[in-house]
Design a protein around this ligand. Structure first.
Ligand SMILES: Cc1cc2nc3c(=O)[nH]c(=O)nc-3n(C[C@H](O)[C@H](O)[C@H](O)COP(=O)(O)OP(=O)(O)OC[C@H]3O[C@@H](n4cnc5c(N)ncnc54)[C@H](O)[C@@H]3O)c2cc1C
Length: 410
């Protein structure tokens, strides 16, 4: 079967969802055909490790995967139908033919495009020996993961979280709220080492310790052994420590989902692993194909190399940029003057917010009381502001965004 599409989007996650909104604002949503592999239309992912895991969303029990996806849904199916947006769920794209301008959907259908947007996102990293044993470890990336995990976080269930990044720490915070004895194992010298300054890492680690989490840093998890006959799993660390666990959650980061793009001969950025795009988010080898969200590796003036970001802010901004271009507007370069990446994380009753990118900072200016209460860390290079991390200081975050928006591109 062959279907004719106009703007075809591969991937039905958050970037695709924001593209629907951006096209809708321009009266162009009817041009979209979204092909998503998951069995749900676009939904919000951040609550999967926040309110939906802590139970703060007030839905007890969590219900099925479909219930969860419906609660987090960005749009109702009725609204999408009214706008004439074709959002196809359970539609995994298995090939792109750039000569014929078609994509092949698993099941035999071919969909032609005038413009193709790759919004395939990313997938969690799980070391192969663990991935091969279903149920041995959990990840949190999809509604299916969320619906599986939440009922398992019961009082007294011993949890080991492997990886001290945002996802791992949010899971740890949710688990403590549900009465689970929890340990976090981080191979690096500090939690959030890839994304935050040492001041913020130390303050966040302390927050977790105050809530009873055992935070173990500087040693790798080398093995997760299944418990025999109802015995707990054994999580072994490189330093010889063995932790008993009823539940193991892995938060070791994600890899961009680039298989389709690479197979179609599109360039993969060697630095970030994402699909290489230009400053208009067009793939470097084919201007009829764009990439948005987690999977896009885009240039940033003065940065030296491409960037790849995993955040709702970038999913939304990149989708807005592509929509503007498809509507014939001139949005200027993506990540140009006025562009400020933002990120947030909720842990316990605290919110950590980050504006800007701290890579390459040479000085920090710390205000407040890190480790004791709200604080702000300003990251500077040569006296210029690069990024601001703040805990429970929303006004500092807003001010930082304004300041960074006005700062010249480095
Ligand atoms: C648990 C969790 C918590 C998060 N918390 C925050 C937060 O607090 N703040 C923040 O800023 N960001 C957060 N993020 C990150 C944010 O959700 C992502 O950056 C965002 O979802 C990226 O959007 P995307 O569309 O690029 O990818 P995704 O939302 O991952 O969507 C990609 C979609 O493409 C589909 N797909 C892949 N290959 C194919 C194919 N071949 N055919 C069809 N479909 C395909 C996938 O199934 C998936 O549905 C969080 C992410 C997770 C997982």
């Amino acid at each position: 079967m062959r279907t004719t599409g106009d703007v075809v989007v591969v991937g039905g996650g958050m970037a695709a969802g924001h593209l629907v909104a951006s096209m809708h604002r321009r009266g162009l949503a009817h041009r979209l055909t979204v092909l998503g592999a998951e069995p749900h239309p676009p939904y919000e992912r951040p609550p999967l490790t926040k309110d939906e895991l802590t139970g703060a969303a007030g839905t007890e029990p969590v219900g099925t995967e479909a219930d969860l996806a419906r609660r987090l849904s960005m749009y109702s199916p009725a609204w999408l139908a009214e706008q004439g947006v074709a959002v196809r769920v359970g539609a995994r794209v298995i090939g792109i033919d750039r000569t014929r301008r078609t994509v092949a959907v698993d099941g035999g259908e071919a969909v032609s495009y005038r413009h193709l947007v790759l919004a395939t996102g990313s997938r969690p990293v799980v070391p192969p020996p663990w991935a091969e044993r279903p149920g041995l470890v959990h990840t949190v990336h999809t509604a299916a993961d969320g619906a599986r995990l939440r009922p398992l976080l019961r009082e007294g269930v011993r949890l080991v979280v492997v990886g001290g990044g945002f996802v791992g720490l949010e899971v740890a915070a949710a688990a403590r709220g549900r009465g689970c004895p929890t340990a976090v194992v981080e191979a690096g010298p500090r939690v959030l080492g890839r994304v935050c300054t040492p001041v913020t890492s130390a303050a966040v680690a302390r927050l977790h310790e105050e809530h009873g989490v055992r935070v173990i840093t500087g040693t790798r998890c080398v093995d997760v052994a299944p418990g025999e006959g109802g015995a707990p799993r054994v999580v072994r660390l490189a330093d010889g420590t063995a932790l008993a666990a009823d539940l193991v959650v892995v938060g070791l980061g994600v890899r961009p989902e680039t298989g389709l793009a690479s197979a179609a001969g599109l360039e993969q950025d060697s630095g970030t692993g994402g699909i290489a795009v230009d400053d208009a988010l067009r793939t470097t080898r084919d201007p009829l194909v764009s990439a948005v969200g987690d999977v896009a590796a885009f240039p940033r003036a003065g940065y030296g190399g491409r960037l790849r970001l995993e955040s709702v802010g970038h999913a939304s901004a990149s989708a807005e940029h592509v929509a503007a271009r498809l509507a014939g507007e001139d949005p200027g370069p993506y990540a140009g003057q006025g562009w400020v990446p933002v990120f947030w994380s909720d842990q316990y009753h605290h919110t950590l917010r980050i504006a800007g990118l701290s890579t390459g900072y040479d000085t920090t200016d710390v205000g407040g009381a890190p480790g004791e209460g709200p604080f702000t860390v300003r990251c500077l290079a040569g006296g210029g502001l690069l990024a601001v991390e703040s805990l429970d200081r929303p006004r500092d975050h807003s001010a930082a965004r304004r300041e960074l928006r006005a700062a010249p591109v480095p």
